[in-house]
Design a protein around this ligand. Structure first.
Ligand code: MIG
Length: 691
């Protein structure tokens, strides 16, 4: 059951799509402190109770024992002590004798003390005196999550090609750079579906422009890439360059669509293009206006976008830089002592601390002026909503790829997300693994991290392990920043191993696509901690480095350097699947319990759950070229099982349409029946005993 409560009156976030009447009396633990101008939630929990949720955040799947803050922040150097990342996902579950989910709907800042100050107490502070509270009860975690997901609406489903492997790097600066990457992938036989264009494709970082020197005849180039079966995915930044004669800027000024500054004029900040203004995405007419601009690129043949810098992130606010520079001037020709030196440094470093500028940035909400700090957490969401809503209008018959760096719950209906800038660290691989279930709880299914790490130099073994995990994430994109070691897969000595690993992804695409669509349609998680399915099993409940992926698969990734194996706990009998490539596969029956499993760098090891099925296809260079009329099927001997396979053309809307679901039945004798023309080959007889 979902109950709704209200303190004050929030600025609508549209996170919840279901009408739920408000209860009269506030629930226990909630209150408001008018002096401090905050709402509070306080609750003592049992010694071993767990806390799940909060979407994009550092640390464990169980969030207990740390503090977090929902205040979207561009923080590429996040570590274990980080409290805020790019997103604000205010949903969490307390898992004790009683289980309840909480969604705190407010566009402002929320601070969570998850048993940090006091080891048995949760204390949440919500800035301002307005919040909508949703409390969800249920017998199991999955039931609570399903109810929550039902009130926030169905998750975004990308086009099918976007499940293919994709390559990105900040620094592909010309058509020839892009051609070279594509050539290397095709020549190396490494499957590839998408290639990303970072800010360099634009003319001086202006949204919806093309750099005519380095990307001349762009539509032709898009066509050329299409012939290579590669989708180009350009980046869109939130800020609009201030420049006379630039149509988007002039139109924005003419229509008065940019956020104002409380000290006069438009709020002006410095980002890649120099001074920018920020569209007031909280206004519907501004969303329609900005969203309609994506047409410029659609018309050139583009069918995918990534929205960036939409926390919003900027390097400085104009007024503050103007004030800081004369101050720094004073230090010239001075013999600076330590204190003075750090004072000067602080003067400059403070400029990048965006949240101190937010009170000056003004929006117009329902005719009233509202400062940005009060609505900060929905800005990136509203930018992506602008794109998502208009893309659906502009291309009503076609799903377009769209994902965002910043988000709030509600945005999951319009696009996916990537986990922002990470680093080529083993700990960030583990963070990627642990974050997936938390994101899924909040509705974000099409998600993934920069494989190999964005900042810092990757090592070959880290790249291999990250790819081995990335095989299972719906967004499978390798991305890195300028100046770091090149990390396209062909750059490494084990190029052929990488090629083979990527073929494993492609052989699993029918399964991954079916599971993604199912989880979106049924409001379920695709990535689940194993304890969510085995809640009586205390061991399982504490394991955070093994996950279920969809209904049939369990993964147990390696995330430490120089480790060529690991312990895996099987909460039930399973079949271990060892793959070196889409064609090299060995399977072993294993018993429930602990096993030490060897996992060399050139293998991907995962598990088939008891009584379940997995379909495999032969890999191809692209998703489109997969032959899905021939499949192999792995199941259990002497057991009947069923699998629901989803098939469509890869881009049409309305995935709930009947006739796209195929029921595959495997009988105990190994015969396979399905209401389709797919030709199945049973793999079950090849399963060996594990010794
Ligand atoms: O200030 O566009 O997270 O993926 O490569 C950095 C350049 C801006 C941040 C994104 C990253 C992207 C980069 N952007």
């Amino acid at each position: 059951m979902v109950l709704k409560y209200r303190i004050g009156k929030i600025i609508q976030t549209d996170a919840v799509v279901k009408e739920i009447p408000c209860e009269k009396k506030l629930p226990e633990g909630f209150g408001a402190d008018e002096k401090k101008n905050i709402c509070i939630f306080q609750k003592r929990i049992g010694e071993y109770d767990k806390i799940y949720g909060l979407g994009e955040n550092v640390r464990g799947i169980n969030k207990r024992g740390w503090k977090y803050k929902s205040e979207c922040l561009d923080n590429p150097n996040h570590r274990e002590d980080t409290v805020s990342m790019y997103c604000a996902h205010n949903f969490f579950i307390i898992d004790g004798n009683v289980k309840s989910g909480y969604f705190l709907d407010t566009p402002g800042v929320v601070s969570y003390d998850m048993c940090y100050e006091k080891s048995d107490e949760i204390r949440v502070e919500i800035e301002g005196l307005n919040v909508d509270i949703y409390i969800i009860d249920g017998d199991s975690l999955t039931e609570i999550i399903k109810q929550f997901r039902e009130i926030i609406g169905k998750s975004y489903i990308p086009p099918k090609w976007a499940l293919g492997y994709q390559q990105s790097r900040w620094g592909y600066a010309s058509k020839n750079d892009v051609r070279e990457v594509v050539r290397q992938y095709r020549e190396g036989g490494i499957p590839l579906d998408g290639l990303y264009l970072d800010i360099d494709y634009m003319e001086r970082y202006k949204d919806f422009t093309i750099n005519e020197e380095s990307f001349s005849n762009f539509p032709e180039f898009v066509e050329e890439m299409k012939k290579e079966k590669v989708h180009l995915v350009p980046i869109i930044d939130a800020g609009v360059k201030v420049e006379e004669g630039y149509a988007l800027y002039e139109e924005g000024v003419e229509k008065d669509y940019f956020c104002k500054d409380s000290e006069g004029g438009y709020f002006t900040a410095g980002v890649w293009p120099g001074y920018v203004h920020f569209p007031d995405f909280l206004r519907e007419e501004v969303r329609e206006w900005f969203g309609s601009k994506y047409q410029f690129l659609l018309d050139m043949g583009i069918d995918g976008f990534w929205n960036d810098m939409n926390e919003p992130a900027f390097f400085y606010r104009k007024q503050r830089l103007d004030a800081a520079l004369p101050k720094v001037q004073q230090y010239i020709e001075k013999n600076l002592d330590g204190a003075e030196f750090f004072e000067m440094l602080g003067e400059l470093n403070q400029l990048t601390v965006n949240h101190t500028d937010y009170p000056y940035m003004l929006h117009c909400v329902e005719g009233k002026v509202v400062s940005h700090d009060k609505v900060h957490n929905i800005y990136g969401y509203m930018m992506t909503r602008a794109a998502g809503e208009m893309l659906e209008k502009l291309r009503p018959d076609k799903r377009i790829l769209l994902f965002s760096r910043s988000s709030y719950i509600g945005m999951h209906r319009y696009g996916g997300m990537w986990q922002g800038d990470n680093l080529s660290w083993w700990s960030h691989l583990l963070m990627n693994i642990k974050m997936m279930p938390s994101l899924n709880m909040c509705g974000f299914l099409y998600a993934g991290a920069d494989l190999g790490g964005f900042g810092a130099d990757v090592t070959e073994d880290l790249m291999l392990r990250w790819i081995a995990f990335g095989i299972f994430t719906p967004l499978m994109r390798n991305h890195a920043t300028q100046g770091t070691r090149l990390q396209e897969l062909y750059q490494f000595s084990k190029k052929d191993v990488f090629r083979k690993l990527i073929t494993i992804r492609y052989s699993l695409i029918p399964y991954l696509y079916s599971e993604l669509v199912k989880c979106a349609e049924n409001c379920e998680m695709m990535f689940q901690p194993i304890g969510f399915q085995f809640d009586e099993d205390k061991r399982a409940a504490e394991i955070e480095d093994q996950l279920f992926v969809g209904e049939s698969i369990m993964i147990a990734p390696v995330y430490q350097q120089n480790m060529y194996g690991r312990y895996v706990y099987l909460p039930e009998d399973m079949i271990m699947i060892r793959m070196k490539s889409s064609e090299e596969i060995r399977t072993y029956r294993m018993e429930k319990g602990d096993h030490y499993i060897e996992i060399p760098l050139d293998e991907v090891v995962f598990f088939l759950r008891k009584g379940k099925l997995i379909p495999f296809v032969r890999s191809a260079d692209t998703v489109e070229e997969l032959d899905e009329t021939n499949m192999k099927l792995l199941g259990w001997e002497n057991e009947a099982a069923e699998y629901e396979l989803y098939q469509d053309d890869g881009f049409t809307m309305h995935c709930d349409t009947e006739g796209r679901w195929i029921t595959i039945c495997r009988n105990p004798d190994g015969s396979i029946i399905s209401d389709s023309d797919i030709c199945f080959q049973d793999m079950t007889k090849e399963v060996m005993d594990y010794e």
